[in-house]
Design a protein around this ligand. Structure first.
Ligand SMILES: [Cu+2]
Length: 881
């Protein structure tokens, strides 16, 4: 395929309101890659000279070890007193039993091997597991025979108290850190973290001190259940966001931010002086961040949503009648709680979309571009966060095929009091070159009359099950855990959301018949997530082990503690999302009966796969499963069962047999039954008209497209950071090595890869160790897995479609191929164990040679309440271009 040049200046891009006096550029093809570019306009950028090869540092970057000259705006209110308080907390703690002769972790990861301490059966059980020195106290305990990873329910009061103390101490540190009062660098200096980024188990921080063990892996005592029994509440269906005309938006949406639309800033915002003003929209300004193809795909509907503190939901819209929602009365106020018998979540403990639960669902269709306006109503004061979470946000529509300005780039965050307009054109990949005149009957979206609106693009790229979540740089885990996750169903000619329309294109998957598209009666979104809370029932998060991840001790489905769901004797489609921050799941039915997997991630498989257990669902993976309940009689129940045990967030520690999981032999409280299906009646209408065809969506054939480039990314620990920009760079144990380079911590100002617009590449994703797993997410384009561990025969049937999350597996590797087309800008690749992502296994890649208005390289946005400024990349890897 010949790369197609960008066809000039899309509508709305020519606006002259860009306040940086962008250098004039000829439209059309991008300058040759060896051109020296000296044209950045503003003061900070003028000093910048870049060749497109070699490492580049900003002129004003201080030498290594020196403090940078500008600081995280959230640290304006740094209270030295807080640093002192933490130091005092560390020195006066009575918990002195922690192991003392511990060597800080070496750069490249000082590792010792120990036998896997805890395994019941199944995969990984025979594999030795490396422990670094910082967790050796745990190994020691385990060797002493203490394998219980959660506080026993009959633990002595003294032990509970000690675990609580350790937990409180860590919570204090997390609070100061999340509120910008101390930086990770301060914490390293204070010895809270090792230089490698691992939490040092010292002085009152460790729940593993021999007298205070337990409550692991949450790092604190078991979440109280307030005498509530499992399977005593109905599972709420998702809350469908209203779809409105674009005219409902005030102000009207624009291709490019109008920074003259300003408001007086609240002085509680970081870095704000009384009287300061800031733009109403927090999207970065200028043509590079204007909505691409806004004129080609003008928004047809609008969806508005806020993020705010927890409150009651008085507008719950499940999209189905009560008898398809287990009898829930949607007109009653829906409390912000994981169970009616639990306390409500306070507005600082839980931050959700619209401030309410159930979690939100967007229903969209091909051929109907969406303008999604997201307003940030979180507290202005960064310290009003209940101890974790950051009030600046960026929303990623995972894995939307949209321009990068709508991708929720981790550095394109916006502040309380602002909104951000995301333009979702909802297009089939390849629309610029494949089926450009929209004649293919399989390429389309459902219309309201039961027919199809044809769209350009490749129907083999049709997508179905997405989700959307916060992507705030280095705070994604905290914000997603706090409630910022929803789902996103895309309807198409093939996947109509109507099971009776028989036009030879519609696959007629289980859904419903009442509407021409988007029926939800038998098409059910399930979001799985583990949560933990304190004695008052308020959501709790811990930095216990940033090296591994955070796993909690209570299972929720759609943010409801172990619910039940009433079903008919017929087929249902379940769109299962792993919405946890670090936990993996493996699902079986309690009677081991078969399930049919029809999709993986956003995409229907080429062919359905019948399974009795799912593979491990990595964080952010989606598995669409069809279950046929016609084999059960009315009055029966069957349960979904989780077979995977964690002892920490690194990866699952063991797979249990179904019998073991049901017997409750695991010390991990999230193992076992988590969702009850109650078969309550026969199929409505007397029969089940839905189908699961033998052919779903074959893969696009890429064999004729030459491979322009092969890249290799190594995901490992012992990462280093070679930049020190306080806004764009972060430190942590995790990192990514690109094309043989060192394993580097995240810096969203660094360009690690820059594939050429219109080409296809092969990417190798390599896991650097056998003791952890990484579900790696590559934004924007769907990939096809070519090989696992070097061989195509290792790719299981359920991974033979297109994917956007690639579980590497311990010591494993994945080879995939992708194209880079349709849109440009900066995207990300990262581990979706969000604790790994935040600490700091994330990189930026970009498509910047599609033509004007894109610059090569792209300048990095630096959001402030007063407006977004830009700076040159902190670094460009010499293999990037
Ligand atoms: Cu990871």
């Amino acid at each position: 395929m010949t790369p197609r040049a960008w066809s000039g200046t899309p509508s709305g891009r020519a606006s002259s309101s860009f306040n940086l006096r962008w250098p004039a550029r000829a439209s059309g093809n991008f300058p040759p890659s060896n051109q020296v570019f000296t044209g950045f306009p503003d003061r900070r950028l003028r000093a910048y000279r870049v060749r497109n090869t070699g490492v580049v540092r900003r002129a004003h970057c201080p030498p290594p070890g020196k403090e940078p000259t500008h600081v995280d705006p959230a640290r304006k209110h740094v209270r030295r007193g807080n640093t002192l308080a933490i130091a005092r907390l560390l020195s006066t703690s009575t918990d002195t039993a922690a192991v003392t002769n511990r060597t800080p972790r070496a750069r490249c990861g000082y590792m010792t091997r120990r036998p896997r301490a805890f395994s019941v059966s199944g995969e990984g059980s025979a594999r030795p597991r490396a422990m670094n020195s910082s967790t050796s106290s745990r190994a020691q305990l385990l060797r002493q025979g203490e394998t219980r990873m959660y506080l026993p329910t009959k633990a002595s009061r003294a032990r509970v108290r000690e675990a609580e103390n350790a937990c409180r101490n860590r919570a204090e540190i997390l609070k100061a850190w999340s509120q910008g009062q101390v930086s990770r660098r301060d914490l390293i200096k204070m010895g809270v973290f090792t230089a490698g980024g691992a939490l040092a188990f010292k002085n009152g921080l460790s729940p593993f001190a021999p007298s205070a063990y337990g409550a692991v892996p949450t790092g604190f005592p078991r979440s109280p259940l307030f005498n509530v029994q499992a399977f005593t509440q109905a599972m709420p269906r998702f809350d469908v966001l209203p779809r409105n005309p674009v005219s409902a938006l005030n102000p009207a949406p624009l291709a490019q931010v109008d920074e003259t639309q300003r408001h007086v800033l609240d002085p509680r915002l970081e870095g704000v002086r009384p009287g300061d003003t800031g733009p109403n929209e927090g999207r970065p300004p200028g043509p590079i961040w204007a909505h691409q193809a806004f004129g080609t795909f003008p928004p047809a509907i609008s969806i508005q949503m806020t993020t705010e503190g927890a409150k009651a939901n008085t507008a719950y819209s499940p999209g189905v009648t009560s008898n398809f929602n287990s009898g829930i009365n949607a007109s009653a106020s829906f409390r912000p709680t994981f169970h009616p018998g639990f306390p409500d979540q306070g507005p600082l403990a839980m931050w959700t979309f619209n401030g309410t639960i159930p979690p939100k669902l967007m229903q969209v269709r091909y051929g109907e571009p969406v303008l999604f306006r997201h307003s940030n109503l979180l507290p202005f004061d960064v310290t009003q966060n209940g101890g974790f979470g950051r009030h600046t946000i960026s929303t990623h529509e995972h894995n939307g095929h949209h321009g990068a300005e709508n991708d929720g780039f981790t550095g394109a965050f916006f502040f309380p009091g602002q909104f951000y307009d995301y333009h979702y054109p909802i297009v089939l990949a390849g629309w610029r070159t494949i089926n450009p005149t929209a004649t293919d009957p399989k390429a389309g979206g459902p219309n309201d009359a039961g027919g199809v609106t044809k769209v350009p693009g490749d129907w083999h790229e049709t997508m179905s099950t997405h989700w959307f979540h916060d992507h705030m740089f280095s705070f994604t885990a905290q914000n997603v855990y706090k409630g910022m996750a929803g789902m996103f169903n895309i309807y198409s000619a093939l996947d109509r959301g109507n099971e009776t329309i028989n036009d030879g294109v519609n696959l007629r998957l289980p859904s419903g018949t009442l509407k021409s598209w988007g029926n939800l009666e038998y098409d059910v979104n399930l979001m799985l997530a583990d949560k933990a809370w304190d004695a008052n029932g308020q959501l709790h998060f811990d930095i216990f082990d940033t090296e591994s991840g955070f796993v909690a001790d209570v299972m929720t489905v759609n943010l409801a503690y172990k619910p039940f769901f009433e079903v008919e004797q017929r087929k249902y489609r379940f769109r299962i999302l792993n919405g946890a921050v670090s936990r993996f799941f493996k699902i079986s039915l309690s009677d081991a009966s078969p399930m049919i997997q029809i999709a993986n991630d956003g995409n229907l498989l080429p062919n359905p796969v019948t399974i009795t257990q799912t593979d491990q669902l990595g964080i952010a993976e989606r598995y669409d499963i069809v279950i046929d309940f016609s084999r059960y009689s009315v009055g029966q129940s069957v349960w979904m069962v989780n077979l995977l045990a964690h002892e920490d967030g690194t990866m699952p520690s063991s797979t249990l047999s179904l019998a073991q999981a049901l017997a409750g032999s695991s010390s991990d409280p999230c193992v076992g039954k988590f969702l009850e299906f109650r078969i309550v009646r026969g199929p409505t209408g007397g029969s089940d008209p839905s189908q699961v065809p033998a052919t779903l969506i074959p893969n696009p054939d890429l064999s004729a497209i030459p491979v322009a480039r092969t890249r290799t990314f190594v995901f490992g620990d012992g990462a280093t950071q070679n930049t020190n920009d306080p806004v764009t760079s972060f430190r942590g144990p995790w990192g990514i090595g690109t094309d043989g380079g060192e394993v580097l911590d995240a810096d969203f100002g660094r360009i690690s890869a820059a594939p050429s617009y219109g080409t296809r590449e092969i990417w190798n994703l390599v896991n650097d160790g056998g003791d952890w797993d990484h579900p790696v997410h590559i934004h924007f384009e769907e990939g096809q897995i070519l090989k696992r561990n070097g061989s195509s025969s290792n790719v299981p049937a359920w991974e033979k479609g297109r994917k956007d999350v690639y579980r590497l597996r311990p010591d494993g590797s994945v080879q995939l191929t992708m194209q880079f087309r349709d849109f440009g800008g900066m995207f990300m690749e990262h581990c979706h164990n969000t604790l790994h992502e935040d600490n700091a296994m994330l990189l930026r890649w970009e498509i910047d040679n599609g033509g004007a208005p894109f610059l090569r390289p792209l300048p990095t946005p630096i959001p402030t309440p007063q407006g977004v400024t830009f700076e040159p990349p902190t670094q460009i890897l010499n293999t990037a271009f």
